[in-house]
Design a protein around this ligand. Structure first.
Ligand code: GRF
Length: 193
């Protein structure tokens, strides 16, 4: 992503739907001098997303879209992103699927984090499915977003060992802790190319 590098930090928007713990990790990362990004905008499809409170504490502006009309919402999101000169989008627990047109507008500039070792366990309820299949390892993946769900080019992955007594909840917690480290690392990797 050489065109994004330069003396100034690249303006980034983070899309969330819920807790926003990855958003928190990204904001903390972006505050560092060595970070190539600055989080300038938070987009949520859920006015009650906990992550919005965290963004407010850091005085980062946010916009909530109810997604009742996806096409017009996406149009508005794109104009918001253009107004703020956003050059990178980080999806962090965003539960809506972006349209092909939206992705085309930001081709190669949308990243996502997924709580499995992709290409295994795309989609929802990953931890439950991993446990049912008696996997020994799971983990998390940061990847570029393309028009197919959880299928874009992989940037980085982190493996996590599953213990015998892990539940979906305990596994989610273990993996989330790794996600918070992996997302900033993956962003650094993208910008060092
Ligand atoms: C994370 O597990 C992420 O991988 C998935 O949704 C969860 C979001 O968690 N896409 P949080 O809102 O960042 O705490």
């Amino acid at each position: 992503m050489a065109q994004l590098t330069g003396p100034k930090k690249t303006k980034c928007a983070v899309f969330i739907s819920g807790t926003g713990s990855n958003l928190k990790a990204l904001i903390q990362f972006s505050e560092k001098k060595s970070s190539p990004i600055s989080v300038e905008l938070i987009i949520s499809d859920n006015a009650k997303a906990k992550g919005l409170k965290f963004g407010k504490a850091f005085k980062i502006s946010n916009k909530v879209f109810n997604y009742k009309d996806k096409i017009s919402n996406e149009k508005n999101i794109i104009s918001e992103l253009k107004n703020k000169k956003i050059k990178l989008i980080c999806l962090a627990g965003f539960m809506k699927i972006l349209s092909k047109d939206f992705i085309k507008n930001f081709n190669g500039r949308i990243l996502n984090i997924h709580p499995s070792l992709l290409p295994k366990y795309k989609g929802l309820n990953t931890h439950e499915r991993v446990l049912i299949n008696n996997e020994k390892y799971s983990g998390c993946t940061v990847h570029f977003v393309n028009s197919r769900l959880d299928s874009g080019k992989i940037i980085l992955q982190k493996k996590v060992k599953i213990s015998k007594d892990d539940t979906a909840k305990s596994l989610a917690k273990k993996i989330l802790a790794q996600e918070h480290k992996l997302y900033p690392k993956a962003i650094k990797k993208v910008f060092s190319r």
